[in-house]
Ligand binder design. Structure first.
Ligand SMILES: Cc1cc2nc3c(=O)[nH]c(=O)nc-3n(C[C@H](O)[C@H](O)[C@H](O)COP(=O)(O)OP(=O)(O)OC[C@H]3O[C@@H](n4cnc5c(N)ncnc54)[C@H](O)[C@@H]3O)c2cc1C
Length: 558
């Protein structure tokens, strides 16, 4: 090991620019090792993420490999599990083959950013799509295309309306940019679907304040509002998202917007690793000195979205933006080198160069060095500035080519599925909502984790027949899953309820091959069906005298 080790946690703007600045200042000095730890081996250029939703730039063109950006650093592509400030060590999770790893440090730079959590909002963890990382943009894009595909062949008017309604919550930069791209995309894509009429598409932006883009001067924000409305976005101002179900966005005034696509760009929460640190915090962010060092732990520095940094010139806290994270990273690197080699440290101060928000389709709003721009000129400035800032010449070239082709070609409609089977998911239902209906095809088994579910039969009856009520710990839906057949009853939420849903493949892999669970499910079906039920032909385990449909053993191939 080198005489001194600097460990940087996080491969975002803060971590990467700290590693790059240290490389420049330290040169080839063998006495200092710089280690960069990040769970992904790339930097995400978040300002361009909204364009991944619309496909106007390629999926991997917004990311740059850390290995190329930071060749001087030793890269650990691992998840950080624990930071021990007392012992000056960080614990990294086990990799593919290797065990977990402990790294000691002389200096530590914490640049772990923030995370998206929907905790406390009913149904959002289960049904809202977050928008922060590359994977989120890809999921949203796939989801929107799936909505269009399903709507194109859906005959039920209610379901069709929900499939063609796209809701984005949050009128800050990321919400506005996301809704602008999403709106452009679905409206440009719709003509490829013969059965979808443009007037059926509804795109809604929910914003809690009176005007969107509160970070910008009001005149620019109002320009953005007018433009979005003209392009067909429905703005719901002074409206908060309260929660969600599988079928609707729930507003705090009690209104429900039926939708199958809800994107939420709610303010981020502290990274759990940061929350666990025994140091002073302000709104969940690490409080640092003007030199960006933790007063209680010399040699530990924090930059970017996870740090609470007060600008030495203005006395104001720095906003969580990439342009601040980059300057903070360079300041921390200078001060670490000063600490190692002796020399004065500098206090952090930075005047933001401006703010810009893309509104899609050759329009944007910007305030650069005090000059306000809107429309095409702002859009041109937005593209030029961000193309210059995008790290790596190869990425710049790729994005420039993508943008040029996007002007000429129709939008791409392919879905890129990256999941290898769903397995299980969480769902939230409000009172009265139907989970499945008698006669539906059944391929999910449900476990109640919160609330109450009622099972009723209605087919061929004037009045429905209540069969049973289920509470946390109970499961339902197993009969149709085992029989590969239709639902024998309707399941409905009696109260607000949270469920874990297990798909057929996971069910067969887990329950059918694990004898105690298998026995439990078979007994349950026998009790629920009453008299012996027919055993499906060829089902494994259906020996003579079986009283319930035995669970066929089907282990999914993938
Ligand atoms: C959609 C969107 C658009 C934006 N547009 C702009 C813009 O136009 N201009 C602007 O200035 N700012 C913009 N921002 C804000 C900007 O992206 C952030 O302020 C910036 O990314 C903060 O950098 P950071 O290094 O602090 O955090 P991040 O970039 O979030 O990086 C955190 C890093 O830590 C890693 N990490 C986290 N936990 C662990 C763990 N346990 N183990 C290992 N690694 C971990 C993550 O993988 C990530 O690499 C935008 C943000 C979003 C979401």
């Amino acid at each position: 090991m080198a005489a001194k080790r600097i460990v940087i946690l996080g491969g975002g703007f803060g971590g990467v620019y700290a590693a790059r600045a240290l490389a420049r200042r330290l040169g080839d000095d063998p006495a200092v090792e710089v280690a960069l730890v990040s769970k992904d081996n790339y930097l995400v250029f978040q300002p361009m993420l909204p364009e991944v939703i619309s496909g106007s730039i390629g999926i991997v063109d917004t990311i740059s490999p850390l290995r190329r950006l930071c060749p001087r650093a030793t890269l650990y592509t691992r998840v950080v599990e624990r930071i021990d400030l007392e012992r000056k060590r960080v614990l990294l999770a086990a990799g593919f083959a290797g065990p977990s790893l402990e790294l000691g440090y002389d200096h530590l730079v914490v640049a772990l950013g923030s995370v998206t959590t929907f905790a406390g909002s009913p149904g959002l963890p289960e049904h809202a799509l977050p928008f922060k990382y590359l994977g989120d943009a890809l999921v949203i894009r796939n989801h929107v295309i799936q909505g269009l595909e399903e709507a194109a062949v859906e005959r039920d008017p209610g379901r069709r309306r929900a499939l063609l309604t796209f809701v984005v919550a949050g009128g800050g930069f990321s919400g506005v940019e996301a809704v602008a791209e999403l709106n452009d995309f679905v409206r440009r894509a719709a003509p490829s679907f013969r059965t979808i009429r443009p007037e059926e598409i509804r795109v809604v932006l929910l914003h809690a304040g009176p005007v969107i883009l509160p970070e910008l001067p009001e005149s620019l924000a109002r320009f953005a509002q007018r433009l979005l409305r003209r392009r067909g976005v429905e703005l719901r101002l002074q409206t908060r998202l309260h929660g969600a179900t599988a079928e609707a966005a729930l507003l705090d005034d009690g209104e429900r917007i039926p939708t199958r696509t809800l994107v939420s760009t709610v303010p981020a929460s502290p990274n759990p690793l940061v929350a666990a640190l025994p140091c002073r915090k302000e709104r969940g962010r690490i409080v640092v000195s003007p030199h960006l060092e933790l007063p209680e732990f010399p040699g530990v520095w924090a930059v970017g979205d996870c740090a609470w940094i007060v600008d030495a010139r203005t006395g104001q806290p720095c906003p969580p933006t990439a342009q601040h994270a980059i300057r903070e990273a360079r300041c921390a690197a200078d001060n670490i080198v000063a600490a190692l080699r002796g020399g004065p440290m500098r206090a952090f101060s930075f005047r933001a160069l401006g703010k810009m928000g893309s509104l899609g389709h050759r329009s944007a709003v910007a305030e650069v060095l005090g000059v306000r721009l809107s429309g095409f000129l702002a859009w041109w400035a937005w593209r030029t500035i961000y193309l210059m800032k995008l790290p790596g010449l190869d990425r710049k070239l790729r994005v420039a080519v993508d943008w040029t082709l996007d002007l000429l070609l129709p939008p791409d409609l392919v879905q890129l599925r990256v999941d290898r089977g769903v397995g299980f998911r969480r769902e939230h239902y409000e009172p009265g909502e139907v989970i499945f209906r008698e006669g539906d095809h059944g391929d999910w088994l449900y476990v109640v984790t919160e609330g109450e579910i009622e099972i009723v039969q209605e087919a061929g009856r004037a009045e429905e027949r209540a069969l049973r009520r289920l509470r946390p710990g109970d499961c339902f839906g197993e009969i149709a899953v085992v029989r590969h057949g239709p639902r024998t009853a309707t399941a409905r939420a009696r109260t607000a309820a949270n469920l874990v849903a297990v798909d057929r493949d996971a069910f067969h892999a887990l329950f059918a091959t694990l004898p105690p669970l298998r026995g439990f499910i078979e007994d349950l079906i026998a009790r629920r069906l009453g008299p012996p039920a027919p055993v499906p032909a060829g089902a494994a385990g259906a020996g003579p005298g079986a009283t319930a449909p035995a669970i066929p053993v089907e282990v999914p191939s993938a």
